[in-house]
Design a protein around this ligand. Structure first.
Ligand SMILES: C[S@@+](CC[C@H](N)C(=O)[O-])C[C@H]1O[C@@H](n2cnc3c(N)ncnc32)[C@H](O)[C@@H]1O
Length: 195
């Protein structure tokens, strides 16, 4: 992680610890876990809560074209930092819970969604809106990758059941501050042939 990213991140955490949800940007191990299954040629990638962009960097390293990235970030400071760093990406300064209210993509066209949002501290309604919006755009067989610092998938079983989604564990690393895991969320009943 670039040293220069630490200061804006700490500033954001001091201003709004619940929304920032971590005291440091993610490191390279967890970024690789978040992006390791993403096929750079399966359509645009939607990233929610990019912060200073560690997952963005990892997506670009995997070969996702910058112009195929849409980054949804609530913080104006992070959004303008990202605009300077990734001029060809689409950067939307907005609440990720509202993505479904707009026509950001053709329905079913997005290759994958990567979420650095701190969903553990969000009200259930907000989490439900985020997932509903993301799955409006996700292609058949596409997955939503969610980071967490907790011991299990941060989206409750109740929300998953209502939206007909299922979660599975991707991996964990202790080489991150704090140690973190990644969960994959997909539509129930999708056959392997579709992914
Ligand atoms: C835990 S940080 C993760 C940042 C980065 N992905 C990383 O791993 O270093 C959470 C990020 O989500 C953003 N965020 C929080 N709530 C949001 C919301 N409702 N909509 C969009 N972004 C949000 C925060 O501003 C912050 O950048």
């Amino acid at each position: 992680m670039p040293f220069t990213d630490i200061l804006p991140f700490l500033r954001s955490w001091i201003r709004n610890p619940l929304r920032t949800a971590a005291i440091l940007p993610s490191g390279s191990k967890i970024s690789a876990l978040m992006t390791g299954e993403i096929d750079p040629h399966r359509g645009p990638v939607l990233e929610l809560g990019p912060g200073t962009g560690p997952f963005t960097r990892s997506l670009l390293q995997r070969g996702v074209p910058e112009a195929n990235l849409t980054l949804v970030e609530y913080s104006s400071e992070f959004a303008s930092l990202l605009r300077g760093r990734y001029p060809n990406a689409r950067i939307l300064r907005m609440d990720a819970a509202r993505i479904g209210d707009f026509d950001l993509f053709e329905p079913g066209s997005v290759g994958a969604v990567v979420s650095g949002l701190g969903v553990l501290t969000m009200p259930p309604r907000q989490v439900k809106n985020i997932l509903n919006g993301a799955f409006k755009y996700l292609r058949p067989g596409g997955a939503f990758y969610q980071i967490t610092y907790g011991p299990r998938c941060p989206v409750s079983k109740k929300i998953l059941d209502v939206l007909q989604l299922e979660e599975s564990f991707v991996g964990k690393t202790i080489r991150n501050i704090p140690p973190a895991s990644v969960y994959r969320i997909k539509r129930c009943f999708e056959t392997a042939g579709l992914s």
